[in-house]
Design a binder for this molecule. Structure first.
Ligand SMILES: Nc1ncnc2c1ncn2[C@@H]1O[C@H](COP(=O)(O)OP(=O)(O)OP(=O)(O)O)[C@@H](O)[C@H]1O
Length: 606
């Protein structure tokens, strides 16, 4: 043991008696205690003395004067001496010529009420009732005949509440005056409530009468898939008009995208081929920097769908580049935030339309968009278990989920999760289900385990970034058609993706953020259909998850019980599935290694 004792002072032969050592330490502690007590006594004597002097002085001054009390700017000698000795700040401790008002009491600070800008605290409320629809398309006066016909062709007879509110408002705001700029809007409505058509219809109607080709509407989305989804919706409603829609996301080559956007004319220079442009933020910046003749200065609408997500992504500082481009010839844009006749007439900025199911209502985040006289449209759910207050002046809006969505949870230990999931799917006889995991790896493993457990009874497939876009799209198409029963995926598929008729959404791994949960759950219960969202939780995750939901007024979630007896009988099957997983993963590992070696060899050769 001695080998490990390091003697720092080199006093190798000196042996310290432990008992004497302890006695010495105790003595020191006692001494310190006594010193502290003495110091305290002295200090309280000083404080008392100071107080006495102050009251004496005050009384004598009151006697001398006519009842008016003065606060002495300087202290007399005795008091000064006493206070100098003190280590504490007392009421009497003042700097020469100054008076410190207040005391050293540390009271609990009162909570300051958040004061929101009026437009955020007084929104227009949108109903979430998709069952008793009131606004017949045929009775909607603001829409022209052609759009009404197309809506009917696409099976839409009634406008959803968000459309009934936004479509006439937007159309009217552009009809008001050519010189006065319309207000910007923020729309927060549940997933699957029809937000896309709420901007597609008014934009198509407003632009279809312009005959010169210029990009007048720009729609920004967070992902390539969502951009194509919105593009398809626009295509349906511009058919038969002179309008053309383009999409730039990086799916095609840069040159092909450039060719789709502009062409060069010998007399007029660069001309636009498109009226409505749909893009991702990153690709937009690339074209702003590199494509000659790419012109967004005639923009009338700037639409940011899934706005909270788009604004969170920094993506090459897209907003800065876009504003720089739009205002390139405008020296006065800074003044346009102020509302007066001059600014209204001179403002050339496009009308900004922000849409999301989880729109940030944080004024600081919205501030960077420099919204012009903004207006908020938001939805509120009234039901027994969802209790959201609507208080004029203090209402800031909360994320809402569709009324038709049922939310439940299953509590289970982490190691039994795959088995519990298997049992639950069998118990509920689920089809058309999306299962969300937290990573590509976890998606892959769960797919292998579930496939072995179901042994071909269900068609279960994984959708992840490992797949080529073509294959991924084909899988999603097959799932929509009902050829695939279940897809397992990461949160890449959680936002905005419109898959029709999803029966159930399962969060196999707990969502980290409330927003993630809302978007995952939003893949079901869309467009007024019923849907179920189930979250698998371990004991430790349960509390955090419930607290997360309380933020949106969801105070109670029903628990689904999975019987232990059923699980026990599956032991052998589960063991087999795990062995399968091990084999597959090791085979795949070997294959990847071989691929890497091959790639390295080819690199060396070249
Ligand atoms: N008035 C309507 N009547 C019937 N179906 C509609 C109507 N409006 C939209 N839909 C359908 O509802 C579905 C959801 O619409 P959409 O994708 O616009 O929802 P969303 O609010 O953008 O959802 P998310 O927030 O998840 O992106 C789509 O399949 C769409 O075709």
């Amino acid at each position: 043991m001695e080998l490990f004792v390091v003697n720092r002072h080199g006093e190798e032969n000196k042996t310290v008696d432990e008992e004497t050592n302890i006695a010495r330490i105790l003595k020191r502690i006692e001494k310190r205690k006594r010193q502290r007590a003495k110091r305290k006594e002295k200090q309280s004597a000083i404080i008392n003395k100071t107080r006495e002097i102050r009251t004496e002085k005050r009384q004598s001054k009151l006697k001398e004067g006519n009842g008016i009390e003065f606060i002495s700017p300087a202290l007399d000698d005795t008091e000064q001496e006493l206070t100098n000795q003190s280590h504490f700040k007392t009421e009497a401790s003042t700097l020469k010529g100054f008076t410190i008002l207040g005391s050293d009491k540390y009271d609990k600070k009162p909570k300051i009420k958040r004061v929101l800008p009026r437009w955020l605290s007084n929104p227009t409320i949108i109903s979430v009732n998709l069952q008793n629809l009131e606004h017949k398309v045929s009775n909607t006066k603001c829409l022209d005949k052609d759009l009404k016909r197309k809506l009917k062709m696409n099976g839409i007879k009634y406008l959803f509440p968000v459309q009934a509110e936004i479509v006439p408002w937007l159309i009217q705001s552009h009809q008001q005056s050519d010189i006065i700029s319309p207000r910007d809007i923020c729309v927060s409505a549940p997933t699957g409530s029809g937000k896309t058509l709420a901007f597609v219809l008014p934009v198509v109607q407003a632009l279809k009468n312009h005959w010169t080709k210029k990009i007048r509407a720009l729609v920004i989305l967070p992902t390539q898939d969502l951009a194509f989804q919105v593009f398809k919706t626009f295509e349906k409603y511009v058919q038969g008009t002179s309008l053309s829609v383009s999409v730039i996301t990086g799916k095609c080559t840069f040159a092909a995208e450039q060719n789709e956007l502009i062409f060069e004319n010998k007399t007029f220079g660069y001309l636009s081929r498109t009226d409505i442009l749909i893009c991702t933020a990153g690709r937009l910046v690339d074209h702003l920097n590199e494509t000659k003749g790419f012109d967004l200065t005639h923009l009338k609408y700037l639409i940011i769908d899934e706005a909270d997500r788009v604004l969170d992504t920094v993506q090459n500082d897209w907003l800065y580049h876009l504003e720089k481009h739009i205002y390139q010839n405008d020296y006065h844009n800074q003044n346009f935030k102020v509302l007066n006749l001059f600014t209204l007439q001179r403002r050339r900025a496009p009308q900004k339309l922000l849409f999301s199911a989880t729109l940030s209502q944080d004024p600081e985040k919205i501030q960077k968009l420099s919204l012009f006289q903004p207006k908020l449209f938001t939805s509120v759910i009234h039901s027994d278990n969802i209790n959201v207050e609507v208080n004029v002046d203090s209402f800031i809006g909360k994320y809402t989920t569709p009324k038709e969505l049922t939310e439940k949870y299953i509590e289970c230990s982490v190691d039994l999760k795959p088995l519990v999931l298997y049992q639950f799917i069998k118990q509920e006889n689920l089809r058309k289900t999306i299962i969300f995991t937290h990573s590509v790896e976890s998606t892959h493993r769960l797919t292998i385990v579930l496939q072995s457990l179901f042994q071909g009874q269900l068609n279960i497939r994984e959708v992840s970034s490992r797949l080529e876009t073509k294959k991924r799209n084909k899988l999603i198409e097959d799932f929509t058609k009902g050829n695939i029963d279940m897809i397992i995926c990461t949160d890449k598929l959680a936002r905005g993706v419109d898959l029709i008729g999803v029966q159930c959404v399962i969060s196999y791994s707990v969502p980290k953020f409330l927003k993630t949960y809302i978007h995952r759950a939003g893949r079901t219960a869309r467009a007024g259909e019923l849907g179920l969202a189930v979250t698998l939780l371990s004991k430790t995750e349960l509390n955090n998850f419930m607290n997360l939901l309380k933020e949106v007024g969801k105070n109670h979630l029903e628990e689904i019980k999975i019987s232990n007896e059923g699980l026990e009988s599956l032991g052998e099957k589960y063991k087999q599935a795990l062995e399968n997983l091990k084999d597959t993963v090791s085979k795949e590992g070997g294959q990847t290694l071989r691929k890497i070696k091959l790639a390295k060899r080819q690199l060396k050769k070249s």
